[in-house]
Write a protein that binds this ligand. Sequence first.
Ligand code: ASP
Length: 316
Amino acid sequence: MLSIASHNGQKATSAAFDLLQQKRPALEAAVEGATRVEDDPEELTVGYGGLPNEDGVVELDAAVMDGPTHRGGAVAAMRNIRHATRVARLVMEQTDRVLLAGEGALRFALANGFTEENLLTDKSRRMWLHWKRSRSENDDWITPGKEDADLDLETYFKQQFFRPTGTVHVAALDHAGDLACATSTSGHAFKMAGRVGDSPILGAGLYVDNAVGSCGSIGHGEANLENCSSFLGVELMRSGMSPEEAGLEVLRRVAANAHPRQRDEQGRAKFHLQLFLLDPDGRRAGVSMWDGRQFAVSDSGGTRLEDCTPLQVRSE
Ligand code: ASP
């Protein structure tokens, strides 16, 4: 039994592993793990406190996939509902559909007793407003001065490489040897209204085959949409590759397909992408387009961060 997650998911894997120890199914562990991150107001990329779209509205994408039944459920561009992963699970369990978007996803959540709330925190609202006011000298907004210094925006934007991105992906392997995974995100910060990323798309942002393994991702979602990355990761494991080999091969193919505008002066894919892979024997890997990334693991040895294996190294 174990649970793995993106670097921001230590509380997710820890909660998931607690459930696994109680012999709860992998699906419940993955969903309830992701829910912990959705509740965290300091996590700027998921659920409550997630950074909004360009209009200042938080639009959430989430999906779940269950190994033993090979079923999935997802919501896309859903507003005002914090626990998007639980809603995605209900889409899977209560409907003949896989993906509900926008207004329909919201109505489905309300029908199931979820309550609407403003998902912006003061911090995420101020970060969005700072971004909006800083965009151009040729619009109606005056560029902010020192009044936003407490937001430490410079550090945040620098650390994030480009515009802030992030997501939580959680995978679990239960006592019965079954796999499941879940992904939840507010998507790319300040994205176009209505933009849907890879996270709610089965095969792109996440995928499970109970006999082979699970794969999920965070980072530049369009790259996963254009390469069916998570499906590919699982299929490469089916062909005999280890989780790490499969993940690196997916990244190689994604990098080879990068658009010219997404390449640096050495021709390398500039964007950030990570994959998290887990097989039924408990072998796992985190792989990343660039070095310096980690992923969360909880098992009988405790909860910790382990290093991702990078495809590209920044100092090279
Ligand atoms: N993959 C997410 C998306 O494209 C964002 C991220 O993980 O950074 O919406």
